[in-house]
Write a protein of this length. Sequence first.
Length: 223
Amino acid sequence: MVRGKIRGIAFDMYGTIVDVGSVAEVCKEVAPDAVAFNRQWRAKQLEYTFLRSLMGKYQDFWRVSEQALEFTIQRFGLQASAVQRRRLMEAWLHPRPYPEVTTALPRLKERYALAVLSNGSPRMLRTGLERTRLLEHFRWVISVDAIRLYKPSPRVYQLAVIKMKFRKEEILFVSSNSFDVVGAKSFGFKVCWINRTGAPLDPLGPKPDLVVRTFDELSMALE
C-alpha cells in the first residue's frame, strides 16, 4: 500500500515502460538463439553500468550498450557486419511499449506529474519516447548523463527530486528492475515494483511499497 500524498511519479524506461525483449527480433539477424543473445546483451549492459560507476569511468548508455554488444557477439562466437551491428544498436531507438502502457499513462497523467528517470542517454530516451508517441505524457525526461553516474547511486534518484521539485516522500518511483527498486527505496522514495513475471525480489533489505504486474494494476491501486 502506498501511503501519504503522491504528487509525481518517476518511471524507469527500459523493461518498465518499454519491453527490452523486443530487441530480440533484430537479434535474429545474427544469432540462432536470439532470446539468449538478447538476455546476455542486456545482462552485460547492466553489468557495465555498475562497473563504470564503481570505477569512476563513465561512458554514456549508448557506448555501454555498444561495448556489451561486442562482448555478446564474441561470447556466442558469431560474426556480425558493421551494418548488422548498426541495426542491432538502432533497435534501442525503436522500443516497443508494453501493451497497456499507452492507455494507462494518460489516466495517470490526469492525477500526477510524470517523469522518466533512466540510465538511457538523452538521445536514446527522447528518440524512443517520440517514436512510441509517449513523450507527450512526461513533464520531465531525466537521464543519468547529467551527473555521469548510473543507478542505483543515490545521486541518480536525487536528480528526480531536483528536476521535479517535489520532496522525495512525494514521489512514487516505478521500475521493473529489482536492483532499481531496492536502490530507489533505500534512497527514500515510495516505490512500486512492476513484476510481470513473478520473479523474487533481491534480498538486499528494503521492500517496495507496492507490487503489481501491469500499469493497469498500478493505476487501479492509486485510485
